[in-house]
Design a protein. Structure first.
Length: 394
């Protein structure tokens, strides 16, 4: 019992980010399974199957199994499931679930049905745990939680869940209308139409198709006795195949390049898509947000790949092509240099013959004094073609 209470307290401090983008069933399942397995001494993997058995067995069958010593579902879970199970009101969703899983013995209990069943148990801690968790996560509009799926595609969908907020709330609500205003339309099959019954905690998904990519759409769900549930679908983001940080070479100077690429020649790093690779600051751009405060300065230099491109560096760069200046970062300048080498001038050996008079010679090996004439230009370089470099900054 104490462990169930501790789980309840943890759910009251769910991260705020979950309240906008999380699937309530995916988040609640581990905590609620833990509460059930603790309360009824089950292995975690057996929780769903035990609940499934409890809602499909009749009261007489369950009592008979216990009397025979076969243990029913292995736990007394049936004893705490609400009285509507197996013989209650025909309008009860739990009764509907019972019939659903009786018809197909191979059908596993879904997460949504598992959690819904547990909200009906008479044990107040387990029931409240299930209700509180589902209420705490997911996009919400009053008593509704919803998830927008595939929002950046032509076909998207919205999944709605009706989550009762008080013990007096009904088990189900009735849809009166579903409308779409703006750049989308409802697609078949029609899941939510006038008269559709929305059972509590069940998921109802309706598909839609965009009619315009660059405009938003407003989907409004009207339910009897409840405020309208509006969901705004943002315009589809334009796909840009050129990523921020991409460097391109061009024969066009900046003014012409900006014009043909749809940019402004009067540079503003917050608005321009491109920038010259001349070391200029780009504060306020996506490139700066990514960690590069200036564009790389590529004026008058060749581009060389770094030794490491990504974590792991598999396979490592070959020794015969690695940059000897280890630890360089993107944009670092490297001065020109010739690889270390030498040229040997050998000793000069010579003698005298047929001479007259005396000559004094040192006991050494004299070397000639020689040099070459200057040749070449101002630098060492390969054949090349000059171009401009530009980098994508937004």
């Amino acid at each position: 019992m104490n462990r169930v209470m501790r789980v309840t307290l943890l759910l009251l401090v769910l991260p705020a980010s979950w309240a906008t983008k999380a699937d309530p069933y995916a988040i609640c399942l581990p905590a609620i399974e833990n509460a059930v397995t603790t309360q009824y001494h089950l292995q975690s993997s057996k929780a769903k199957s035990a609940v499934r058995d409890s809602i499909t067995q009749s009261r007489d069958r369950y009592d008979q199994n216990k009397a025979d010593g076969s243990g029913g579902v292995g736990v007394d879970l049936f004893e705490v499931i609400g009285a509507n199970v197996s013989g209650g009101s025909s309008s009860s969703r739990v009764t509907q679930l019972s019939e659903k899983y009786k018809r197909d013995s191979s059908l596993a209990l879904s997460t949504e049905d598992f959690l819904y069943t547990l909200t009906t148990v008479e044990n107040p801690e387990v029931a409240e745990l299930a209700r509180d968790c589902i209420r705490s996560v997911g996009l919400s509009q009053g008593a509704f939680r919803y998830t927008v799926n595939d929002v950046q595609t032509d076909d998207f969908s919205i999944t709605y869940h009706y989550v009762p907020q008080a013990s007096t709330d009904p088990d189900f609500l009735t849809v009166t209308n579903l409308t779409v205003n703006g750049a989308a339309r409802v697609e078949s099959p029609l899941t939510l139409t006038g008269g559709t019954r929305m059972d509590s905690y069940a998921g109802y998904t309706q598909r839609f198709r965009r009619t315009k990519d660059d405009e938003p759409a407003l989907v409004q769900l009207d339910v009897h006795g409840r405020p309208t549930v509006p969901v705004t679908i943002a315009a589809k983001k334009k796909f840009d195949p050129l990523p921020v940080g991409m460097v391109v070479a061009s024969p066009l100077p900046w003014g012409q390049f900006a014009q043909v690429s749809g940019d402004s020649a009067s540079f503003d790093p917050r608005r321009n898509k491109w920038a010259p690779c001349d070391g200029r600051p780009v504060a306020g751009s996506a490139l700066a947000t990514g960690g590069a405060a200036e564009t790389p300065d590529l004026r008058g230099v060749f581009v060389r790949g770094l030794n490491d491109f990504a974590a792991g560096n598999v396979p490592p760069v070959a020794a015969d092509r690695a940059d000897p200046d280890a630890g360089r970062r993107a944009g670092d300048f490297q001065a020109d240099e010739l690889k270390s080498h030498s040229h040997e001038l050998g000793y000069h050996r010579w003698g005298l013959k047929n001479g007259n008079g005396d000559v004094n010679l040192e006991a050494s090996q004299p070397r000639p004094s020689a040099s070459t004439k200057p040749t070449g230009g101002a630098e060492t370089r390969p054949k090349n073609v000059a171009l401009y470099y530009y980098v994508k900054i937004n």
